[in-house]
Design a protein around this ligand. Structure first.
Ligand code: GRF
Length: 221
């Protein structure tokens, strides 16, 4: 993938809140479940977010960028891009980042921004994916990891994993089940993105194993 440090991809996680996915990714890099990656930066827009303490625990640099101190969204995003460039970021991982990135920003990191959504897209888009699926009464929901494009919860899908909703489930027990799957699926998707060759063809993401190719190919197309 993109920009590497000693052959490692520098990752920036963007988060606004709790940071359980941030911690899962940090642990997966530490334990080698995500290979050839360096968790170089946390970008956070919320001064009181618990994810900041988690970044300190894992000794990850924090870029705190509050939207309210910038006159425009453009200025806010320019500041973030500066942090990303300074840290030679090759992959942006959104994990509970409560802002929509502009098309201009997405173009700068084309096919290098991914997101996790706690439902099986295209169902139950938006901020309440777990609750909306539960309230709707579906028997199967799940988790989606996808590329980010200009629309919310919309880009090409990299991986999905289903989660059954049993009769005994409450919203709280479903949340626990979804997060457990997220913490496994996101590291798996990141590792695959870094280690394998992915091609985006229309809405489809095609994964082919790099090791099986004669020449290493490093660019996402
Ligand atoms: C996750 O459920 C993720 O799917 C959604 O936001 C939530 C973030 O949780 N996009 P956490 O901050 O990683 O605990």
């Amino acid at each position: 993938m993109g920009v590497c440090n000693e052959m490692k991809t520098n990752i920036a996680v963007f988060a606004s809140g709790r940071g359980s996915n941030f911690a899962a990714i940090a642990k997966a890099i530490k334990s080698g479940r995500i290979k050839k990656a360096n968790l170089a930066l946390l970008v956070c827009d919320n001064l009181n977010a618990p994810v900041i303490l988690k970044a300190k625990k894992f000794k990850v640099k924090v870029a705190l960028v509050r939207r309210d101190i910038f006159p425009t969204k453009n200025d806010f995003e320019d500041r973030i891009i500066r942090y990303l460039k300074e840290n030679k970021i090759g992959l942006i991982v959104l994990a509970g980042f409560m802002r929509l990135l502009s098309l201009g920003f997405i173009r700068v990191y084309k096919n290098r921004i991914i997101n996790i959504h706690p439902a099986l897209l295209p169902s139950f888009k938006g901020a309440e994916g777990i609750k909306d699926a539960f309230d709707y009464g579906v028997k199967i929901t799940g988790v989606t990891v996808h590329f980010v494009d200009g629309q919310m919860d919309h880009g090409p899908i990299i991986m999905q994993k289903e989660v059954k909703i049993e009769e005994k489930d409450t919203l709280e027990s479903l949340e626990v089940k979804i997060h457990k799957v997220e913490h496994k699926l996101y590291p798996e998707a990141i590792n695959s993105l870094i280690r394998e060759k992915l091609r985006i063809k229309g809405r489809r993401v095609i994964i082919s194993n790099r090791q099986s190719r004669k020449r290493p190919q490093s660019d996402l197309r």
